[in-house]
Design a protein around this ligand. Structure first.
Ligand code: PPS
Length: 578
C-alpha cells in the first residue's frame, strides 16, 4: 500500500487498500524484458481507459481485469466473489484471432496501439460470455438505444480474459496534463491542503451557473471542500467533446474559491448504466479520497429507449446509492436541482421556488439550438467566458461541416442523386465538398475488400472516418454506399455527429424497381447465382427507420430529389443565409 493511501483524515479506499499496480523500478525493468517474449494484445481506446484506472487504483480493490467468478457475481448481485460491493463488470474483451491459444496461467503483454508495453497480465480466466444476458443483468435491457447495451452487443469482442495486472507505465496523455491526477496524487494534495472532507462532483457536460449553485449547496451542507471531476474518457455519444468542456471548466474555476475547490479530470469509459453506474462512480470517488459524492437526477442516464421511454427512473440512482451508502463508506450528498427565478433575481432550489415565482432553466438541447442559430444565451444561465468558449466550438450551422449520407440498394439511384447534390453544393461554393461514392470508395479506399458482412462493415467505417474528418474540418462530405446494416450506420452517425451535421438520406427505391432497372446487370447475375451475397437478393438490407430524408425515385426525377435534400439542408440552416 502506498503511503499516500493512509493519509490521515481521508476515508480509506474501497476494500481498504489503494491498489496501485505500477511495478517498482526493478520489477518494472524485468517486466519490460519479459514482455518482449510474451504474446501481445493491442488495447483499444475503451480498454486503455479501463486499464489506466485499474493501474492507478481508481478501481480499487480490483487488481486486474475480472475473472469469471467475480464477473458472474457482479452481474447477478453487484458484488465481487468475496462479497465486496462492485456494480460494473470490467474484463478484457478480445476476438478469437487475437486470443489465439491464450489460456489460464499464461502471461500476456498489454500494449498501447503505438506499441509501448503498459502492463503484463497473468491470465486467470478465459471464457465466452453471454453478452445479451450481461446486458440484461447490468443494464436491465437489451435495447440497442442504450449506449452501454449497444457497445456490449455490437462492439464487444467474443472472448473475455481476466487476470491480475502488473503495470509497466500508464497510457500517455498529451492534453491538460496539469489537470490529471492519480488517486494517490490527489490524496497527497488533499493532505497537503489539510482537506479532510471532500465532496466529489461528476460531470460529462459543461458547467453553468445552476451547477455551481448546486455543487456549492452540496459542499455547504456537508461542510466539505469540492472536487469537480469531469469525465474525459468516453461519455454518451453526442456529448460535447472534452477539449471544449475542459476549456469551459477552466473558465468556471475562476469563479470558484481556490481555497476550497479543485478540479481533476477522470479518464473513465462510462457505460451510461444509470443506478449501477452511479454506485461505481461513488466507489471511484471514494478511492480518490472523497467522503461525499453528489448523485444527481438521472445520474449517468443513457437517454430514452427505442419506445421513447426512460430506461431508469430519474431517482433510481439516488435510491440505489442511498440504500448502500453505509456499506460503500461514502456518503451521498444532499442534491437540489437549482433553477433561476426571475422574480428573486437568483437561483433557488426547485423545491423552494416561492409562490408565483417562475423557475427558468435552459436544457442542453436548447443551449445547442441557441448556439447553432447564433441566438442569445442569458447571463443568468452561464458565465460569459463559458458561452464564448462554446460559441467558438459550435459555430452556427451555416459555418459547420456536415455529411450527407445516402443509403439504399444497389441501383436505387444513390450515386445519381449524390452527384447532382455535390455539383449543386459546389456551385454555392461556401465549403469544400467531397463525394465519397460507393464505387469510388471501393476503388480508392477499400480495393482489397469484398462483400462479406465483416468487409462491408469495414468499408462503411472507413467512409465514416473520412467523412467525419472532412466534417470536423468544416467541409461537406457526400457519401453514397449501400451501407446495409443499421448498427454500422449508427456508428457512423455517432462518429460524425461529434464533428458536425449528419443527414441520412434513405433512397427508398423498392427492390423490384432496382432489379427491373438492373443497369449493371448485377441482379440478373445474382439471381442466376453467379454473384453470391448480393444485397436484397441473398444478403440483407436493413431499412433505416430514422433517416432525416427519405426519397422516392419512382415518382421523382434525380434533380427533384437532389433539390429535396438541398431544401432540407436549407431548412436546417446548413446552407443558405448565415
Ligand atoms: S456496401 O455494402 O455499402 O459496402 O457496398 P458498396 O461499397 O456501396 O458497394 C456496392 C456496389 O458494389 C457492387 N457490388 C455489390 N453490391 C451489393 N452486394 C454485392 N454482393 C455486390 N457485389 C458487387 C454494386 O455495383 C454496388 O454498386 P451500386 O452503386 O450500389 O449499384
Amino acid at each position: 500500500m502506498s503511503a499516500s493511501a493512509t493519509a490521515h483524515g481521508l476515508p480509506a479506499p474501497h476494500g481498504g487498500t489503494l491498489c496501485e499496480l505500477i511495478a517498482e523500478p526493478a520489477r518494472n525493468q524485468a517486466l519490460r524484458e519479459e514482455a518482449v517474449h510474451l504474446p501481445s494484445i493491442d488495447l483499444r481506446e475503451r480498454q486503455l481507459y479501463d486499464l489506466e484506472l485499474l493501474l492507478t487504483g481508481a478501481f480499487s480493490p480490483l487488481r486486474g481485469f475480472m475473472g469469471r467468478e467475480d464477473y458472474t457475481r457482479v452481474c447477478k448481485e453487484m458484488r465481487l466473489a468475496d462479497g465486496t460491493l462492485w456494480p460494473m463488470p470490467i474484463m478484457l474483451d478480445i476476438d478469437a484471432d487475437a486470443a489465439g491459444d491464450i489460456a489460464a496461467g499464461d502471461r500476456v503483454a498489454l500494449r498501447h496501439p503505438e506499441g509501448m508495453v503498459l502492463a503484463v497480465m497473468t491470465v486467470s480466466d478465459r471464457w465466452e460470455p453471454d453478452l445479451k444476458a450481461e446486458a440484461k443483468a447490468v443494464f436491465g435491457s437489451t435495447d440497442d438505444a442504450h449506449p452501454g447495451v449497444f457497445q456490449l452487443l455490437h462492439h464487444t469482442r467474443a472472448i473475455y480474459l481476466g487476470g491480475a495486472l502488473e503495470g509497466v507505465e500508464l497510457p500517455p496523455h498529451h492534453t491538460f496534463k496539469h489537470l490529471r491526477h492519480t488517486p494517490a496524487e490527489l490524496r497527497a494534495w488533499f493532505d497537503k491542503l489539510g482537506w479532510k472532507s471532500i465532496v466529489g462532483f461528476q460531470t460529462r457536460n459543461p458547467i453553468h451557473r445552476s451547477h455551481v449553485k448546486m455543487m456549492r449547496y452540496a459542499a455547504g451542507q456537508t461542510e466539505s471542500n469540492l472536487l469537480i471531476q469531469p469525465v474525459v474518457g468516453i461519455t454518451r455519444p453526442g456529448d460535447i467533446d472534452y477539449f471544449v468542456r475542459v476549456r469551459c471548466y477552466q473558465e468556471v474555476m475562476r469563479y470558484l474559491p481556490a481555497q476550497t475547490t479543485t478540479i481533476s479530470l477522470l479518464p473513465l469509459a462510462m457505460r451510461m448504466g444509470g443506478p449501477r453506474e452511479a454506485m461505481w462512480h461513488a466507489i471511484i470517488r471514494k478511492n480518490y479520497g472523497c467522503r461525499h459524492f453528489i448523485v444527481g437526477k438521472d445520474h449517468a442516464g443513457p437517454g430514452l429507449d427505442s419506445q421513447g421511454k426512460p430506461f431508469y427512473d430519474e431517482w433510481a440512482s439516488r435510491e440505489l446509492v442511498g440504500a448502500h451508502e453505509k456499506e460503500l463508506g461514502i456518503h451521498m450528498a444532499p442534491f437540489e436541482e437549482m433553477v433561476y427565478v426571475e422574480e428573486c433575481a437568483q437561483h433557488v432550489p426547485l423545491s423552494e421556488v416561492p409562490e408565483g415565482g417562475r423557475p427558468l432553466n435552459i436544457s442542453g438541447t436548447e443551449l445547442r439550438r441557441r448556439l447553432r442559430e447564433g441566438l442569445e444565451v442569458p447571463d443568468w444561465f452561464s458565465y460569459p467566458e463559458v458561452v464564448e468558449r462554446l460559441r467558438e466550438a459550435f459555430p452556427p450551422r451555416s459555418r459547420q461541416g456536415f455529411t450527407v449520407f445516402f443509403t439504399g440498394l444497389s441501383g436505387s439511384g444513390k450515386s445519381t442523386i449524390a452527384n447532382i447534390l455535390t455539383a449543386k453544393l459546389m456551385e454555392t461554393g461556401t465549403r469544400p465538398v467531397t463525394l465519397l461514392d460507393g464505387d469510388m470508395v471501393r476503388k480508392h479506399l477499400s480495393s482489397e475488400l469484398g462483400f462479406s458482412k465483416e468487409h462491408r462493415e469495414i468499408n462503411i467505417q472507413r467512409i465514416g472516418f473520412v467523412a467525419s474528418e472532412i466534417t470536423k474540418n468544416r467541409g461537406v462530405a457526400v457519401c453514397a454506399p449501400i451501407a446495409p446494416y443499421t448498427a454500422t450506420r449508427r456508428r457512423v452517425r455517432e462518429m460524425i455527429t461529434e464533428a458536425g451535421g449528419f443527414i441520412e438520406v434513405f433512397v427508398a427505391t423498392p427492390l423490384e424497381v432496382c432489379e427491373e432497372r438492373d443497369r449493371k446487370g448485377l441482379y440478373a447475375k445474382a439471381r442466376a447465382g453467379l454473384i453470391k451475397g448480393f444485397t436484397g437478393i441473398d444478403d440483407p438490407y436493413e431499412e433505416p427507420q430514422h433517416a432525416e430524408v427519405v426519397v422516392d425515385t419512382t415518382r421523382h426525377s434525380p434533380e427533384e430529389l437532389a433539390q429535396q435534400v438541398l431544401l432540407h439542408l436549407e431548412r436546417q440552416g446548413f446552407i443558405g443565409s448565415g
